[in-house]
Design a protein around this ligand. Structure first.
Ligand SMILES: Cc1ncc(COP(=O)(O)O)c(C=O)c1O
Length: 439
């Protein structure tokens, strides 16, 4: 078993996280169950923040709450002095309910509604990341109506797409997000924005991809943007206060993944930004980043109970669990890979290879293919690691399956932060049919 954060095997041979026996958690809260290792989230947050401090670079590390948004999680981000990236009225509402300081909230989205912009301004969020011309016009109108001046970043697509070990340079990026940096769109947006008295352009934002294991893509993006900022300084006398390089730092899901440490990502990127700003004779802007997965991904573990199994002779054995694509859609959505152990018998020898099937009425509802495990039967618990990012936040009620609860564990204590959905919750928005049909 790979050692994630505080995860260890106790003397009963049970998985323990945050000093709490996972078997007892499953007994108490039922399964499926999401568990978060709070100490690991704190360690990751501090890893990013302390590296900026060590380098003497002004920064904001914004937790991308799309990875896992819940009041308890947002309060934890606040405890760690993180800023917050929200991408919808719902994520903003969660942050407000959590009492998160609005001035550290950055509001994203490629199709923000007028209501969402009004809500963001009413709560005085720190910054709006403007994605397109439609939004630029609407935001200006809303800000003018309210008699306010709003800080904005312009989201650009720098023509670099990065994913894991690869990055692709594209002259013109085929993306639904942001203003293209290469075809004059970003310039046009910048000129438009600076001409509006109700908007203040703080700088530029980009996000080049996800689950990225090296820094070349980030460095290339930073270089392109800094070149552009040098042009804008020369042409318009503009000095950017902020450069936001987004999130996307990779984590280890399986042994094939070899991510860098938070400090390594930050150090390498900062060195490049410092070198390029010096080369182009620009003031060093404040650097913002937006990690989601790398703050919470490997801190999350999902616990399931194993149930039915099916042997397809000479092909494979399917072992079903009491969850699946409802609580973790990533394998079905983009073939994501995970590792897992039997949480109640971690040290038992491997006896067979099984494929872990979810309980949804969908053949594609498979969590893990070809997993080596001891022979599992009734009462066994499967712990799937690294489910902390885009697990609960993408959870759904397909087949009217209630969403599992979320428990935070730290220093031997467990705290429920999201309750299990009930059947009553599932029907609470449904209304009985009023129309009757004469027989
Ligand atoms: C704009 C933006 N920032 C940050 C993130 C967080 O990315 P990750 O969870 O890979 O760090 C995303 C993810 O989609 C994003 O779109």
């Amino acid at each position: 078993m790979h050692a994630y954060g505080t995860a260890r095997v106790n003397k009963e041979g049970h998985l323990e996280v945050g000093g709490v026996d996972v078997v007892s958690l499953a007994e108490h809260y039922g399964t499926p169950l999401y568990i978060y290792d709070v100490a690991l989230i704190r360690q990751r947050a501090r890893g990013f923040k302390e590296t900026f401090q060590k380098l003497g670079v002004s920064s904001q590390v914004a937790y991308a709450s799309k990875a896992f948004s819940a009041i308890g999680m947002i309060q934890l981000a606040d405890q760690e002095g993180l800023s917050l990236d929200v991408v919808s009225g719902g994520e903003l509402y969660t942050a407000v309910k959590a009492g998160f300081p609005a001035e550290r909230i950055h509001f994203h989205g490629n199709n923000k509604s007028r209501e969402e912009l009004e809500m963001a301004l009413a709560h005085r969020v720190g910054c709006i990341v403007v994605d397109n011309f439609y939004e630029l016009d609407m935001l200006e109108e809303v800000a003018k109506e309210r008699g306010e001046k709003v800080d904005i970043l312009l989201r650009v697509t720098p023509g670099i797409e990065a994913h894991t070990h690869d990055y692709i340079l594209t002259g013109q990026e085929d993306s639904k997000f942001g203003f293209d940096l290469n075809n004059g769109q970003a310039e046009e947006a910048f000129q438009k924005a600076v001409s509006k008295p109700s908007l203040k352009v703080l700088g530029i934002h980009c996000h080049i991809g996800s689950q990225i294991f090296e820094t070349t893509g980030f460095k290339l993006a930073a270089e392109k943007i800094i070149q552009k900022l040098a042009d804008w300084k020369e042409q318009f006398g503009f000095t950017a206060e902020v450069l936001n390089l987004g999130g996307g730092f990779g984590i280890r899901y399986t042994e094939e993944d070899e991510p860098l440490q938070p400090s390594e990502y930050v150090e390498e990127i900062i060195k490049e930004v410092q070198a390029k700003t010096k080369e182009f004779n620009l003031a060093m802007p404040e650097i913002w980043i937006e990690p989601g997965r790398s703050l919470v991904g490997d801190a999350g573990t999902t616990i399931y109970q194993t149930g039915s199994s099916k042997q397809v002779p000479e092909v494979r054995k399917y072992l079903a669990i009491d969850g699946g694509m409802n609580d973790n859609i990533r394998p079905a959505l983009y073939d994501a890979k995970y590792e897992a152990v039997l949480a109640n018998r971690v040290n038992d020898p491997v006896e067979e290879t099984v494929s872990i099937a979810g309980k949804c009425c969908e053949s594609g509802d498979m969590l893990i293919w070809d997993l080596p495990l001891p022979k599992a039967g009734q009462g066994d618990l499967l712990a799937v690691f690294c489910t902390g990012a885009y697990g609960y936040s993408m959870a759904n009620n397909y087949n009217r399956i209630p969403r599992p609860p979320v428990v935070f564990v730290e220093n031997g204590q467990a705290e429920l932060v999201i309750k299990r959905e009930s059947y009553e919750d599932l029907v609470k928005l449904d209304l009985p049919l009023k129309v009757t049909v004469k027989q």
